[in-house]
Design a protein around this ligand. Structure first.
Ligand SMILES: Nc1ncnc2c1ncn2[C@@H]1O[C@H](COP(=O)(O)OP(=O)(O)O)[C@@H](O)[C@H]1O
Ligand SMILES: [Mg+2]
Length: 342
């Protein structure tokens, strides 16, 4: 991850933007012009994202004319445009109203350039879900959790009964996890606890080691796990949720950007990911910065050393609970007779 790559000229992302621009220009009619208005920071990947102005003559249907988001990257195996189109098309109305339109996409010789409509067509009126106040963040996350799941379930069809805990986790975390670099990182963070079985120590508490789920000796991975399968965003963190308006003025609306996955996946990944992203964001603003009191309160578990939560932390719990209750609410209403699947 390169959090600085979208910042400014002279940094490592420069060449990719120039290549992307050249590629786009070569696919537009000669009379068109493309101008970079400003760089947009905020991404976690090494793509370059800019606000651009594109003019094409004669003006007509399907012709680019106005301000657009331009995203240039070195194409890896699967272009992002494929994921974007798969997500938008499968989610039907939700995809059309809550994901900005991809208006042009070109891939060639290892470079890709995607041109998107600005969410809501005005950048000045947009903020990410990190940059709104706590009430609007809660309302946005609640709506996104509820409406996205409703749309996903509407096209999911019958549950998939062939899965196991191991196969679902494999689809979510990658087939080589935890025997890959990310798995090593988890083991490093958990630290060795020889002779104690499957636990690790954190903030004075003994906690279950999450990697037991993958341990063939324990046998959890082989257990049956039915799931709903459907279109999944795959990178639904707060900065990929753009917000316009507010709850107070009754005009709050939101868009999901930066779609990552192009194939149907066991559902609820996006919801867990959004919750985790909200937790990580909230921890950065928490007075104690301690995660266990928060998780204990969220799951109504006791801690060995009880801790009072301050106002910031209580607000964070409210946000996380809201994402969960909205998600459960959709499942309970839509899938009342498949409770054992969820
Ligand atoms: N369609 C869009 N409308 C408005 N702003 C956008 C749009 N797409 C991207 N952005 C802005 O550009 C930033 C980076 O875009 P994103 O697609 O998330 O790239 P990355 O893959 O680097 O995370 C976003 O955080 C947002 O501020
Ligand atoms: Mg992003």
């Amino acid at each position: 991850m390169n959090r600085d790559s979208a910042k400014s000229d002279g940094e490592p992302g420069r060449d990719v933007l120039e290549s992307g621009l050249a590629l786009l220009r070569s696919h537009l009619p000669q009379s068109s012009s493309v101008e970079i208005v400003k760089a947009l920071a905020g991404g976690y990947t090494d793509a370059r994202v800019v606000l651009s102005d594109i003019a094409q003559t004669p003006v007509g249907d399907g012709v680019l004319n106005g301000q657009y988001i331009l995203k240039a990257g070195f194409s890896t195996g699967r272009p992002q445009a494929e994921a974007h189109n798969a997500f938008v098309r499968s989610l039907e109305k939700y995809g059309q109203t809550h994901v900005p339109r991809l208006v042009q996409s070109v891939q060639e010789s290892g470079t890709s350039v995607d041109v998107y409509d600005i969410a809501g067509l005005s950048l000045d009126r947009l903020r990410s879900a990190e940059h709104v106040d706590a009430e609007d963040r809660e309302e946005t996350c609640a709506r996104a959790a509820r409406e996205l799941l409703t749309a996903q379930l509407a096209v999911a069809g019958l549950p998939d009964y062939r899965g196991t805990i191991g196969s679902v986790l494999g689809e979510w975390l990658g087939g080589s996890f935890p025997d890959d670099q990310r798995g090593s990182r988890v083991r490093e963070v958990l630290g060795p606890m020889p002779g104690t079985g499957h636990v690790f120590r954190h903030e004075g508490e003994l906690l279950p080691d999450p990697l037991v789920m993958f341990d063939p000796g324990v046998g959890l991975a082989g257990r049956d796990l039915a799931c709903f399968r459907g279109p999944t965003h795959g990178d639904l963190h707060l900065r990929n949720v753009l917000v316009r308006g507010s709850r107070l003025t009754k005009d709050l609306t939101y868009w999901l950007i930066d779609v990552n996955w192009d194939a149907p996946t066991p559902l609820l990944y996006d919801h867990a990911y959004l919750e985790l992203s909200a937790l990580l964001f909230g921890l950065g603003h928490s007075t104690s910065g301690r995660v266990l009191p928060l998780l204990a309160r969220l799951d109504e578990q006791a801690l060995t050393v009880p801790v009072e939560l301050d106002l910031n932390d209580s607000g964070l719990i409210t946000l996380l609970r809201r994402i969960r209750t909205e998600t459960r609410g959709v499942l309970a209403t839509r899938e009342q007779k498949r409770e054992d699947v969820w």
